[in-house]
Write a protein of this length. Structure first.
Length: 295
């Protein structure tokens, strides 16, 4: 009984399989074009769906990525890194000699590059083929200069606060090496005031070429703009050459107005110290006089 049932089952299975194959062949022969199109379209649809899924997955992953894993923005070509006074002091210390003396050409160039970058100025030891005898020296205290005939310690200051801070330095006897800054009090301008307030006296008479072309050098140095820097604290002032001096026998290479000395935190006498002083190339006269910050 069992053997007959099994034989009958296999017979039915064979008939059903043959009938299924015949039916599939009949349908394929009758609808070949439609079925071929459907088959090809389904493959394209599957490929497109897979590509879209990959794109969505990538977009989602990128959106969810932590920001600190993203590439850092590339700084603009003209972007500058801000220095601190301590960094400037450290950089200058690595360039300057242990004792205050004349700098070598290489040292002058290194200092000029450092100061130019730190203060965003065009700084140089040599300008128009002319230079001072020193660019690094001991600075002493100078007195206030007479700006016009009749200027005195009472008329000299714009505010009582300035008078209380700087009057004790007194007025220098006579005029500066270039005379008065202006003809009278009525013609005194803010530029004249600033030139006297922020001036230095340098040894123009010791500069190379002075004896051969005195008049030319005299005119060149008159109110020439310079940057004076205290290498021990990074403080700096934009000044003009307003007088000549001091004498070589003093042991000093330049002098500063009372306002310049106070800002740089430099003193005269036994506590005197060194400064750097370099030309500022400013033909359009756009750099203001006075204290300047590291940029």
């Amino acid at each position: 009984m069992g053997a007959q049932s099994s034989s009958h089952f296999h017979s039915l299975k064979k008939k059903w399989t043959k009938r299924h194959e015949d039916l599939k062949k009949h349908i394929w022969d009758k609808h070949r074009d439609s079925l071929t199109w459907a088959q090809q379209s389904s493959k394209q649809l599957m490929a497109g769906s897979l590509a879209g899924l990959v794109m969505l997955t990538q977009a989602s992953t990128a959106h969810a990525a932590p920001q600190n894993l993203l590439p850092s923005p590339v700084p603009a070509p003209n972007e500058r890194h801000h220095r601190t006074p301590d960094q400037l002091v450290s950089e200058l210390a690595s360039i300057l000699p242990q004792t205050v003396r004349s700098l070598s050409q290489e040292q002058k160039e290194e200092v000029a590059r450092t100061l130019s970058t730190s203060f965003n100025l065009s700084v140089a030891s040599n300008l128009q083929g002319k230079e001072l005898n020193r660019t690094y020296g001991v600075i002493g205290a100078e007195q206030h200069l007479t700006r016009y005939p009749g200027d005195n310690i009472i008329t000299h200051f714009q505010t009582l606060e300035e008078q209380s801070r700087f009057a004790r330095s007194g007025m220098a006897p006579g005029r500066s090496a270039w005379g008065y800054f202006t003809d009278s009090r009525s013609t005194l301008t803010q530029k004249d005031i600033d030139r006297e307030k922020y001036y230095i006296a340098v040894q123009t008479f010791l500069s190379p070429g002075w004896n051969e072309s005195t008049r030319e050098y005299y005119n060149f140095f008159k109110y020439r703009k310079m940057l004076v820097v205290n290498p021990e604290n990074g403080k700096a002032v934009v000044v003009v050459i307003g007088d000549a001096g001091p004498a070589p026998w003093t042991g000093k290479q330049l002098g500063g107005s009372p306002e310049v000395m106070q800002y740089l935190e430099r003193q005269d006498g036994g506590a005197r110290g060194s400064v750097l002083y370099f030309f500022i190339d400013d033909p359009a006269d756009t750099v203001p006089l006075g204290p300047i910050q590291i940029q």
